[in-house]
Design a protein around this ligand. Structure first.
Ligand code: MTE
Ligand code: HPA
Ligand code: MOS
Length: 751
């Protein structure tokens, strides 16, 4: 089925936050944000700004009627700075004016006096100073010390991965207006409408039922709007509540880049031990997560790093520890993969270190250690329906790895300036929020008198194709065509207390809730049809808008059945609730069964490096992915292509740079390079693994949102292998992104 949104996207008719027509009397908001990363605020003088024509008000923390607190997991983050600044870009005050232009003029007239305090930007430095967000956590399996004693080979090293700017096409923003009885309505570009609602209620000091959050769709979120859409929505709500007028705030790109958190940079150490048969017997890693100035989602992200520390390998003795380090960067946050990619990059690096020292191909080690059914992850979950070996073997045979390697070897023999390299990157990603209580969702379904259907779920459409998948579920449950089904906006008054659309689980959770609601409705209207047709309801089905008995068409249409059901006073509305069964996790033991299932796959990336200039081009990515039984291959293949390219960007060209004072230098698209059409691999060949899926996946169609990003890690190692083909003595560097500058250095640098 074609993505239901695509035609409106192409025509520019889809509604995003900035397309909402403004009510008369709307004012605009802009934050006055910190021009320094760590300081004590001595004084702020707003007099001149307030006196400007068109300026309505400037609000500070003193104007907050409730709590000046927006922390989602820990209450450690003020909305507006009080006496201290913790990161460059931290909001201090809210300027409200007739136009955005006036806001910007007023901003320049604010005078801040401050005393600078020492700035930490590096996570290892934060750990040295004991500046942690919360205590470290360790996942353990077996006895790693003893296991190392028995290892034939042991290698150690350091791995760094940088952050990543989300670069959603639609920047952060919100539009709020007061409704009656001190209530407020907010349109927000958020993945988490309930988080926005709850935080606004807390900051305004009002009940949640007075706050209505509505989301039509996002122009991308990628995790950046799971928690960090909240401050901007709260700012508009606060101003609107106090000033009793509509308030709009949509961030400029450079403001968004400067003020919002990103993927967490990590600096990690590993120690890997192997036996003579290349079995990894012991693995130890220490992760230093650069959390930024407050917790945000860092505890959950850090947890997923630990969950994915061994990627798709079974290692009997493991000890991995993670530190969430508090620095003076904007609080870092969710980003596709949610800490998983950072963990996987470390074990893959450790394998490359071992392979180089042993003079063998990394794939020999990878292959020797793949997970099998019955193996345990370090966190206690036992593999069943594992596909690690299947994905590996299918990929390497379908795409003939020997031939690909031979082609590369021949090319490298014949060329001195250009060298090719191959990187193989298998993935295994757990599906479910790692925090078990978040794994639930609801769907509200109305069948209207004319037989048309309206669906609300807790899920947010952000480009991942959720709306289409929800329509596919309802059309197949009801047997009616898609034109009869409408997906409503995501609204907290219709579907309440939701988890954010995240963890790749949106379609599974909301889809299962929708399925439950549709089935309950179908049961009720089938009773009416059974009466009408003098048959048993188990003999009934609906296809092509028509009721069938024992597979034979009747004259009873869907539409007249609904009319009859209404006359029989049958309720044509249903609320479905779904909570993932089976999953559990005990944090005191760091053991349990946190994931409904895992998604597997394997990829082969080939690159050509220009050894004179250090630049590179990706020839191809061949991959085999475990979709289960894909509900919508066009959408799912799109998710793979997008995730892959986003992952390649993170690993190769996207270079976030903060100076030692905590100022973001890569603060625009002229200094922060993301993949464009020229950097996309020339060939992206995706093959389905063709598994039976999993019963906990919606219609056995496995989650696809985040896992493909991690195929991008293969790009790093492809480049590394091309460098080794040019200069076999080059010292291995594990320091993403592999920018052309670093590539050039490594081409001419020796161990
Ligand atoms: N695809 C598009 N086009 N836009 C997005 O913002 N977000 C990604 C992924 N794919 C995203 C996307 C992230 S971070 C997640 S968690 C999932 O989609 C969320 O949607 P899902 O749970 O329906 O897969
Ligand atoms: N994934 C994504 N988002 C989340 C998670 C998770 O596991 N937990 C909390 N938010
Ligand atoms: Mo995705 S990082 O779970 O929003």
């Amino acid at each position: 089925m074609i993505n239901v949104d695509s035609i409106h996207h192409v025509r520019g008719e889809s509604i995003y936050l900035d397309d909402i027509p403004l009510r008369s009397g709307t004012f605009h908001a802009l934050t006055y944000d910190a021009p320094v990363a760590h300081a004590h605020i001595d004084s702020v003088d707003y007099t001149e700004a307030l006196a400007m024509d068109g300026v309505k008000a400037i609000l500070t923390y003193k104007d907050i009627p409730g709590e000046n607190e927006i922390g989602g997991i820990f209450p450690d983050e003020p909305l507006l700075a009080e006496h201290e600044i913790h990161f460059w870009g931290m909001p201090i005050a809210i300027i409200i004016a007739e136009t955005e232009y006036v806001c910007r003029k007023a901003k320049k007239a604010i005078k801040l006096k401050y005393t600078e305090l020492p700035v930490i930007v590096d996570p290892r430095e934060a750990r040295r100073q004991d500046s942690l967000i919360f205590p470290p956590r360790t996942f353990k399996l077996g006895n790693v010390e003893k296991a190392f004693e028995a290892c034939t080979y042991i290698y150690e090293g350091q791995v760094d991965s940088n952050g990543q700017e989300h670069l959603y096409i639609e920047t952060q923003g919100a539009y709020a207006y007061p409704t009656e009885n001190g209530s407020i309505r907010i349109s927000s570009s958020t993945q988490g409408p309930t988080a926005v609602q709850k935080t606004i209620a807390n900051v305004l000091g009002i009940a949640m039922h007075k706050v209505e959050v509505d989301v039509t769709r996002l122009g991308g979120g990628f995790g950046g709007k799971e928690d960090q859409a909240t401050p901007w929505a709260v700012i508009t709500a606060l101003a609107s509540y106090i000033l009793k007028c509509p308030i709009k705030y949509a961030l400029h790109r450079m403001d968004d880049m400067r003020m919002t958190g990103k993927r967490h940079p990590y600096s990690s150490d590993f120690k890997i031990g192997l036996d003579a048969d290349l079995k990894i017997k012991a693995y130890q890693a220490t992760f230093h997560q650069n959390a930024g100035a407050s917790a945000d989602l860092s505890p959950a992200v850090m947890e997923r790093t630990l969950f994915h520390a061994t990627n798709t390998y079974f290692i009997p003795d493991v000890e991995v520890t993670a530190y969430s380090c508090k620095t003076n960067l904007p609080p870092n946050t969710a980003f596709r993969g949610f800490g998983g990619p950072q963990g996987m990059f470390v074990i893959e690096s450790a394998i490359r270190q071992a392979a180089k020292a042993l003079g063998i191909k990394a794939r020999k080690i990878q292959k020797a250690n793949l997970l099998k059914n019955g193996d345990s992850f370090p966190y206690g979950q036992i593999i069943d329906r594992g596909e690690a070996t299947n994905a590996w073997d299918t990929c390497l045979s379908k795409f003939d790895i020997e031939q690909l390697e031979e082609n590369v070897a021949t090319f490298n023999k014949e060329n001195s300036r250009y060298k090719k390299g191959i990187g193989i990157m298998p993935i295994c990603f757990g599906i479910s929020f790692t925090n078990t209580p978040m794994n639930h969702a609801r769907a509200l379904v109305h069948i209207y008198l004319d037989g048309s259907v309206g669906i609300s779920t807790g899920g947010v459409e952000m480009g991942q194709g959720l709306n289409t998948k929800m329509i596919q579920i309802a059309m197949s449950e009801f047997g009616i065509d898609p034109s009869k089904i409408k997906i409503e906006t995501t609204n907290t008054t219709r579907v309440a207390n939701t988890s954010p659309s995240a963890a790749s689980a949106t379609a599974d959770l909301n889809g299962k809730a929708l399925e439950i609601a549709c089935r309950a409705l179908k049961d009720r209207i089938f009773e009416v049809a059974a009466d009408e047709l003098q048959s048993s309801s188990t003999a009934l089905s609906i296809k092509n808008n028509l009721v069938y008995v024992d597979g034979k068409a009747t004259t009873l249409s869907w539409k007249s059945l609904i009319t009859k059901a209404n006359l029989a006073r049958v309720c044509l509305t249903e609320n479905g609730h779904y909570a993932t069964p089976i999953i559990h996790f005990d944090k005191s033991k760091e053991k349990g069964h946190p994931f409904a299932y895992h998604v597997y796959g394997n990829s082969i990336t080939t690159v050509t490096v220009d050894c004179l200039r250090g630049i590179y081009d990706f020839d191809s990515v061949h991959l085999v992915h475990d979709f289960g039984k894909s509900m919508n291959t066009a959408i799912d293949y799109g998710q793979i292509e997008g995730g892959l390219v986003q992952g390649i960007g993170w690993m190769t060209m996207e270079e976030l740079l903060y100076n030692e004072k905590g100022r973001l230098l890569s603060n625009a698209l002229s200094t922060y390079k993301i993949p464009d059409i020229y950097s996309v691999p020339k060939v992206i060949d995706i093959k389905a693994l063709g598994t039976d899926g999993h019963p906990l996946a919606i219609r056995r169609s496995k989650a696809v949102g985040e896992p493909p990003l991690m195929y991008g890690i293969g790009a790093y190692f492809a480049i590394q292998n091309a460098i080794l083909a040019f200069n076999p003595d080059s010292k291995l560097r594990f320091d993403a992104p592999y920018t052309p500058e670093k590539v050039l250095m490594d081409l001419y640098q020796n161990e």
